[in-house]
Write a protein that binds this ligand. Sequence first.
Ligand code: NDP
Length: 330
Amino acid sequence: MTDFRALRLHKTDTSAPDIAIERLTTDDLSTGNVVIANEFSSLNYKDALAVTGKGKIIRDFPMIPGIDAAGTVLESSDPNFREGEHVILTGHGVGETHTGGMSEQVRVPGSYLVKTPKALDSRQAMQFGTGGLTGMLCVLALLDSGLKPADGPIAVSGAGGGVGGIATTVLSTLGYEVHAITGRESEHARLKALGAAEILNRTDFARDPKPLESTRFAGAIDTVGGQVLATLIPQIMYSGVIAATGNAGGFQFSTTVFPFILRNIRLQGVDSVHAPSETRDRAWQLLSENVTTDQLEASTCTIGLEQVVDTAGKLINNEVSGRILIDVYA
Ligand code: NDP
């Protein structure tokens, strides 16, 4: 049995995570009917919480972290996936309860996979990664609710992050006027380049909102939760929609029922982990059709397995922006 390299996190009694690059065999992987020769993974907020030990993401040890991966099928007994086919893996507890993408080989049930759209290679797929998929699922929530570009501006919070940056890019490509909310002045030029029409300061949303305020957004994609989400809700126009997907700014927030009753506001949660495979297929297809990875190149930083822990610490401290690609062979 040939061995391969993977980053593995061991249970530890200290707050410092016990993590190392090791040589493993498929016996060390969780079960599944498809083995993937992995090429790229990406570093997401959840991965950063896991590998720094800052969040209780992983409960089964030892664990290979990495909530996504893209590569080619090496072995398969799943009739939907043939050897040599390009595939993308996201969600389903991969990198949490099922060994994940920070590894040269990954084994999963075929139901976790989608075929990589023809326009993308594995590197491009992971430039989008879970962050891109989630950003696109949020955009789909707005599109499917009937919001049109002419209805008014769309606010995107945490725009400097992976999900927010992709949401900004896709919405602006589709003709929506994006008002990007960020806490970092250093992100302004990049967000303009991604298509944001206006840049708003996160501090303007870090306050106690009134139950109803002057309306200025037809909808919103919120990746930070907390006070920012609470302050966005009373500023949404009649019948507007908010797709909420993250809590980088806190998981609790307080609001009143007024915007929901008097303005018919809809708050929709978006979670990529259990999105059905038809929805994931649709989102990947739309991503590949509407965003060129050239648009993302300037927002992409590529690291190897050796740099994961250090970069994860920076991500938690909000010291990196955009998407972080992991080249598992670098
Ligand atoms: P990133 O770390 O790339 O981006 C998060 C952004 O949030 C930061 O760039 C920053 O934006 C903003 N932010 C960070 N800290 C705070 C804070 N204390 N208060 C307010 N804003 C803050 O993460 P991702 O884009 O990968 O993920 C964003 C969120 O979405 C996370 O909570 C993540 O867990 C969640 N998520 C959910 C998924 C799902 O399926 N439900 C899938 C993927 C992500 P800026 O500097 O511009 O202000």
